[in-house]
Design a protein around this ligand. Structure first.
Ligand SMILES: [Zn+2]
Length: 315
């Protein structure tokens, strides 16, 4: 594709997400590796195979950069760092995920949040049972050797990359920008196919942060996006616009759902997503719905009562 840049397509065992991309950037006698894939059975062999096809070994990695602290992007980082003897750099907001004193058991925390959102108990119990059997996807404890913040520059053979903060999808999300070649490593902030997701409960208004991050990326004038999933794409402006459109449409659907009732986030999610709200997708779609509601709250358009489950009304 580009000399000195390799797309490592790593298989995932996540529903609806068959692969993620790690990006290998030639840097002197080794590589800078952006994102790592998940840690699961066979995942290190998958990475070795992908690196081998590019002519490298895990030991050639000189630095690991993480676009954001989701397991399909950072899960394997500690294992790679241990083998290659290199550092891992992440945006400091990743500690919002890993350093929560109030969360002993993440699964129990998720079940409580679901009950608060009005999810019926029987399907919730089935979901929690399925989750218990799964691994975390994370190899060891994620740690950062240096804060990946604006001002940090990453030298590679294709040029120097700048860090651009792009919170919204995750509070720790950054894009990496190479201005001379107009390249953008876009993580999950911008994907070739519009696919929205927001971490909820860590920052005041993830959707508002995401919209601001779209403006920031549109202003970079990059021409090729190397995304965290699927193929690279051009027409970054068009993709930014498509994301803004979908956000606007979903917010309108949430407003319409709230016309009918005081209703729980679960009821809003069912109204907004209709047939797509299957048991397998429920957790994902409910999290997004909580993000939409939080945004309407931030705009002063809607609010929740203090009951459990909570009920939302238009203000
Ligand atoms: Zn992600």
């Amino acid at each position: 594709m580009l000399p000195g840049v390799w797309r490592l397509r790593l298989p995932l065992q996540l529903p609806g997400v068959p692969h993620c991309n790690a990006w290998a950037l030639k840097a002197g006698d080794g590589l800078v590796l952006v994102d790592t894939g998940m840690h699961e059975r066979g995942s290190m062999a998958d990475l070795e195979r992908a690196l081998f096809q590019a002519g490298f070994r895990v030991e050639d990695v000189r630095l690991v950069l993480i676009t954001h602290a989701h397991i399909d992007h950072c899960g394997q980082a500690p294992a790679i760092a241990a083998r290659a003897g290199c550092e891992v750099w992440i945006h400091p907001a990743f500690r919002l995920h890993t350093g929560r004193d109030d969360v002993d058991d993440p699964l129990e925390h998720a079940v409580e949040a679901a009950l608060q959102s009005g999810v019926p108990k029987a399907p919730l119990r089935r979901w929690a049972e399925r989750r218990k059997g799964l691994g975390s996807g994370q190899a060891g404890t994620l740690a950062s050797d240096r804060d990946l913040l604006p001002g940090v520059e990453i030298e590679t053979d294709v040029g120097t990359w700048q860090v651009v903060e792009t919170p919204g999808h995750a509070p720790s999300h950054v894009c990496l920008h190479q201005p001379e070649r107009r390249l953008l490593i876009s993580g999950d902030h911008l994907l070739g196919r519009v696919s929205l997701y927001f971490d909820v409960g860590y920052t005041p208004d993830p959707v508002g942060e995401f919209l601001h991050s779209l403006d920031v990326v549109a202003g970079l004038d990059a021409r090729l996006a190397l995304a965290g999933h699927a193929r690279p794409f051009t027409d970054i402006e068009g993709h930014v616009e498509a994301n803004r459109d979908l956000v606007a449409r979903r917010l309108d659907a949430v407003r319409a759902a709230l016309q009918a009732c005081p209703c729980t986030p679960y009821e809003v999610a069912r109204a907004v997503y209709g047939g797509a709200f299957t048991e397998e997708m429920a957790s994902w779609l409910l999290t997004k719905t909580r993000a939409w509601l939080t945004h309407l709250d931030a705009l002063g358009e809607a609010s929740a009562d203090d009951e459990s489950p909570e009920r939302w009304t238009l203000d």
